[in-house]
Ligand binder design. Structure first.
Ligand code: SF4
Length: 694
């Protein structure tokens, strides 16, 4: 084992995709793809198991569609250019825009797949070099509602405040709006072990997904009604005398208002709002309360709503009222989606945050981070716009944009409008591995290293900081995002403070995070390698890390968890005569997010070649549509044509579309950008559409 833990002839690293960050090995090969994926059975999260995305991950390192030279738009076409030309052009455009329109006219858009080091340096670059408040990232579209609700209740947000290994020890798990059997299959072993141990699994999803098929009880509410469902369960818990009064009295605040709000939601009303039969609701309450210790895990279903924060709060309230928080093998957690969805929200690429998960409008936080950065705290800009609002302001308030590790032309709601906004910019620079749909609109494209070509840390959905190790050299002509930031900072008058070595950036990140809620001060590359990851907070090198949060106290000023009284309200766009059907969106097994990587892998494309709309036979019959027919799906934001998949595994009043594809059949041409007032999460998961035979 080397200093960083390379074993035998394979390099220990992690999957390039989702937040499980499965361990894998990469072994050098002689073919056009320079490595092959091998098992890494010793890594505890996945114990060698990989899904098809992970086992085919080496394909994205092959020549294929890989960008290997910078591109500059000339005469309307993207044409090859040298690195100095491309970097000079970006620096000149950024300086000119700031001089003409002010610093906030230059925007930065990051990604939840960037390493901790990149996310950190990108946030520092925006605030110190550009001096702009206009920075946010695509993680806003991922788990921001769960993060906001977690902070509201517990004082800090760490997706899972307990390690995955605790899940099988719970007596009951309610999984709300998540489909890990397709999105992160190795996670399913924790659910199977739960059931093997006698625990019960309840899945809440409008579709009978592969995950729902594993459940002891599947509740299928209408999209956008998860909040009402949680209120109905809490009502029954109170009515049945199943609350944990000692826990409520000793470790929480705000119960009286929350109790009153729940008691105003009669189960019969909840049944009519959600479409979940009352006997099923009672079964769920019985399973949850009989379990002894229970968990609620949410994913994008309840979170990607214009009331996502309140919806997650309603599920947290259920945990708190039954004493299922702040003790082993129980609690609330969020299954973060993107590879660095957790770390991506902690280090300062979010519009309102500084490294260490500190708040940008907190004077003490500004002073601490400014001291690490060697700048005047008063010179740091204030909070900026959320991701959708930032994208919506392109061409008007924001004139130039630097975009790193994101593909909003496919992944943003109301995607055609966002593509128009990107086209309306005076200047767009994109750094990416491939010519994504967003990069294709840019004035300058920078080809950058990826995943196995560079070293860096990620923080998985448990809050475990892990190390992705470089296993192979990047193709000639490609540079790292850290080098890009270093070069641009130098051209913009900041020759110091932007190292190109990931470990140096991480050491500065540790100091910047020290004392904050997400404290990495005691985490080093050596420790991560030796310990298979370290859980934050870890304030010193002697500290063991913190796999389980809240066992003694919650991270609120008084140490108590906070109930939040919430009310159900309809989706921002309910079905009506013109648009009578609910649309919900999600992912499929063989594709990942906007598909920029996975759509370029032959094996994955063969398994999931294109978009579709899933609808129930009753709806299909009404429309005269058969399986495989092409159907137009129309919302107030757009119209798109895609093949029908007729299945009884979905509610008759709901259709489902995966969102991995651009152009015809793209789900996000239809989705609603109505925003949650707290998290600013768009309502991806519920909008109104009509279907027509195409
Ligand atoms: Fe990669 Fe996620 Fe699949 Fe694991 S579950 S192999 S991290 S995509």
């Amino acid at each position: 084992r080397s200093k960083l833990g390379a074993m035998n002839d394979a390099t220990d690293t992690h999957c390039p995709y989702c937040a499980l960050q499965c361990g894998m090995g990469l072994r050098r090969t002689e073919g056009p793809v320079p490595v092959s994926v091998v098992e890494r059975p010793g890594f505890p999260v996945n114990q060698g198991a990989l899904c098809g995305k992970g086992s085919n991950a080496a394909a994205v390192l092959g020549p294929g569609a890989r960008l290997t030279t910078p591109l500059i738009r000339r005469d309307g076409e993207l044409r090859p250019a040298s690195w100095p030309e491309a970097l000079d052009r970006i620096a000149a455009e950024v300086s000119g825009t700031a001089a003409s329109y002010g610093r906030d006219a230059v925007g930065v858009f990051g990604g939840g797949g960037l390493t901790n080091e990149k996310a950190y340096l990108l946030g520092k670059f925006a605030r110190v070099v550009l001096g702009t408040s206009a920075i946010d990232y695509n993680g806003r579209f991922c788990m921001s509602s769960a993060a906001a609700a977690g902070i509201r209740a517990f004082g800090v947000d760490r997706g899972l405040p307990f390690p995955l290994e605790d899940i099988p020890r719970a007596g009951c798990v309610i999984l709300v709006g998540g489909n890990p059997a397709e999105t992160m299959p190795p996670f399913v072993r924790y659910l199977r072990e739960l059931q093997e141990n006698g625990g019960r699994l309840i899945v809440v999803d409008p579709r009978r997904t592969r995950t729902a098929e594993l459940a002891d009880l599947h509740l299928a509410p209408r999209p956008g009604t998860d909040l009402a469902l949680a209120l109905g369960m809490l009502h029954l818990v109170v009515a049945d005398g199943r609350t944990d009064e000692a826990f409520i009295a000793e470790r929480t605040t705000g119960w009286a208002e929350t109790r009153a709000a729940a008691m105003a939601h009669w189960p019969e009303h909840v049944e009519s709002v959600t479409g979940v039969p009352l006997p099923q609701l009672r079964d769920a309450v019985r399973m949850f309360c009989d379990a002894g210790s229970a968990m609620v895990l949410t994913a994008r279903g309840p979170e990607q709503q214009a009331k996502g924060t309140d919806t997650v709060s309603a599920w947290i309230n259920l945990c708190l009222a039954t004493g299922n928080a702040g003790r082993p093998n129980a609690g609330y957690g969020c299954l973060t989606g993107q590879g660095n969805g957790q770390g991506g929200r902690e280090h300062g690429q979010k519009a309102d945050q500084l490294p260490g998960y500190r708040k940008l409008d907190d004077p003490a936080a500004r002073a601490h981070v400014a001291a690490v950065w060697g700048v005047d705290p008063d010179a740091l800009p204030g909070p900026g716009r959320s991701a959708y609002e930032l994208l919506d302001s392109l061409g008007t308030d924001v004139k130039a944009l630097l975009l790193m590790g994101s593909n909003p032309v496919v992944s943003a709601p109301r995607a055609a409008h966002i593509a128009d906004r990107l086209r309306s910019l005076d200047f767009l620079a994109v750094s990416d591995v491939v010519l994504s749909e967003t990069a294709a609109l840019a004035d300058v494209v920078l080809p950058v290293t990826q995943w196995a070509e560079e070293t860096g840390t990620m923080t998985n959905l448990e809050g475990r900081v892990i190390l992705r190790r470089k296993a192979v050299d990047a193709p000639g002509g490609v540079r790292s995002d850290l080098e890009v930031l270093h070069e641009l900072a130098g051209r913009l008058g900041h020759g110091e403070g932007f190292p190109t070595e990931a470990e140096k950036v991480f050491d500065e990140l540790r100091r910047a995070s020290s004392g904050g809620p997400a404290d990495y001060a005691g985490i080093s590359y050596e420790r991560i390698a030796a310990e298979d990851g370290v859980f934050w907070p870890c304030p010193s090198q002697e500290h063991p890390g913190t796999p389980r949060l809240f066992l003694d106290r919650f991270a609120t000023p008084d140490g108590r968890a906070r109930f939040t009284a919430v009310q159900h309200r309809p989706a921002a766009e309910e079905p009506d005569a013109e648009y009578p059907v609910r649309l919900t969106t999600g992912r499929v097994l063989a594709q990942y997010q906007s598909g920029a990587q996975t759509r370029r892998v032959d094996a994955l494309n063969a398994a999931a070649p294109g978009p579709f709309v899933e609808l129930h036979p009753q709806l299909a019959e009404r429309l005269g549509v058969r399986d495989g027919d092409r159907v137009a799906v129309v919302s107030r934001r757009g119209r798109t044509v895609t093949p029908a998949r007729v299945t009884t595994a979905i509610r008759p009043d709901t259709v489902f579309m995966p969102f991995h594809w651009p152009g015809e059949g793209s789900a996000n041409l239809l989705t609603n950008p109505a925003l949650d007032p707290v998290s600013r999460m768009p309502e991806f998961k519920a909008c109104a559409v009509r279907l027509e035979r195409a």
